[in-house]
Design a protein around this ligand. Sequence first.
Ligand code: NAD
Length: 273
Amino acid sequence: MNLSLSEQLSGSKGLKGKVALITGSTSGIGLAAAHMLAAQGANLVIHGLVSKDEGLELKAEFERIYKIDVMFSDANIAETEQIDQLMSNIKIEFSRLDIVVNNAGIQYTETLENFPRDKWNAIIAINLSAAFHIMQQAIPLMKQHNWGRIINIASVHGLVGSAKKSAYVAAKHGLVGLTKVAAIEEAPNGITVNAICPGWVETPLINNQIEDFAKQQGTDIETAKHKLITNKQALPVMAKPEQIGDLILFLCSDTARSITGSSLPIDGAWTAL
Ligand code: NAD
């Protein structure tokens, strides 16, 4: 009998009554994770840089499909004041927070020598510092119920480097380190903290890289995509966002209660090569 994790969880009480914040859940991995947590009954904070109209449409769609409570936020998490506002709105709306997926992220590729200072600052702020600020404010809420799950979406670039990705690699290595410290500190409080380290995942984040590579190689998009993947991964296919969502769901389950402080690659053997 091959039940999927979602099917197994739906036999239990799932995540009903819990509140999950997934940053960057208007697109890609975050959006897939939002669907999977909502399907388990979690109430959601959907978050991302889309228009208010788009955000409210997404909120209505999730409420209709999953019969859960949903809050939408377009907080720019490069700004600490906007993070503070987001966290205080969550307290007002839900009075609790059980699951945080620090997922929002951006990418920019250039040699270290030519890397624009504003891009460095933005990548460190969004991909690393925002996770710190959010965790700092989420942990006291999780402690109230002696249960919490923090999942930081890092990257293989939290474990190894690649040319032209100085800021991204620095931020993701930082996120892996931050995950370890938080896991050690919060283990006595029923809170697990883990990082997921994906290789290539089929989302809008990597479109520019594929287009640039196709231009550089003088090939079509599909050929460029295949070459980019196989330059790094033994497995010649990108992961789907839902596969990362499944791992997030697993980390939220009781089965995963002893997994904490880990950085879990889901990378088609990228870091094994
Ligand atoms: P995506 O571009 O599809 O989604 C990014 C999300 O982050 C969007 O919702 C966007 O609105 C939000 N966001 C970006 N900047 C923001 C800001 N300043 N304030 C608030 N929200 C902001 O990207 P994705 O591929 O789904 O990436 C999600 C995470 O996964 C990122 O942290 C990324 O580094 C990581 N990751 C992606 C890949 C991949 O191949 N796609 C691989 C490894 C890790």
